[in-house]
Ligand binder design. Sequence first.
Ligand code: B12
Length: 242
Amino acid sequence: MTLKATSTSEIITKAESYDGIRAGIVRLNDVLSSPSYQTPQRPRTETQMDDAQVASWPQEAQTVLLLGLRHSDDNPRLDYWESGDTWGNRRLREISENLKQWLREKYDLAAHPLPYHLEKGGLFLKDAAVLSGIGIIGRSNLLIHPEWGPRIRLRSILLEGKWQLSEVLENFKPCETCKVYCQKACPVKAFPKGKFSRPICLKQMNADVANKVPEGEMGDDGQRNLVIKYCRACEFACPVGA
Ligand code: B12
């Protein structure tokens, strides 16, 4: 089934009607052939999340609706890991469910929100976001959105059928003339020779897990919940969207 271009733009407009959301549409097969899928050893992560496992993707679902939620400096709580997930992920999951319902009512189409982790049936989200025109990959190794810079978090929904695709961003090359503030800001120097090192970055992430802080919601015991505040130094140093 190929839907008309008007339907595609209606869906993007609907998704972007949620506060702080940008959206794009990309072919699933294009995501599955992107650079992250060519890496010989797929990195695994141990963190648990509220997401349910998706055992298999429906065969008719050939398109990906990509969502990006703004995580601005003045709303750090969105990034806090509290009681099994981040607040940003909870918001993205809620918006995905609303969109799923809307797509069924409006187009009689099945949509399948995907989990965050690859291990649970998710996609490599930065690659999908580049290919759906939401941003580009910067020297921080993060997705850079033209308005919000790297201060954006991602989520994907599988859609049935073939859709008019979003266009990738052309002529947005902010890192070409930048003094690479992101790499210089890294507390553990995770960019040896200018390239992102996952094991070095992980040292910082593990230290953040070990240093939870009582800045969450008020618990039953009258104490604030412990939260993980993952490092965002490379992200906050980026002048794009600052
Ligand atoms: C595992 C993981 C981690 C691991 C390992 C990260 C890694 N890059 O290997 C650890 C725990 C270290 C980590 C750290 C962080 N993470 Co993380 N992480 C993930 C996760 C679950 C998978 C990423 C992954 O394994 N990628 C595969 C590896 C091999 O590829 P890569 O290093 O990312 O590089 C690829 C791309 O850059 C791509 N690429 C490069 N150029 C181009 C060009 C084109 C055209 C295309 C298509 C692709 C492409 O190719 C590279 C591989 O060859 C994703 C969520 C998801 N489902 O995708 C979040 C995710 C990438 N993380 C995210 C964030 C925010 C962070 C942190 C800032 C911590 C935090 N506060 O949350 C740091 C930042 C580290 C950094 N500078 O990259 C965000 C990124 C948002 C953004 N704006 O980019 C994501 C998307 C999650 C989300 N909530 O939206 N993370």
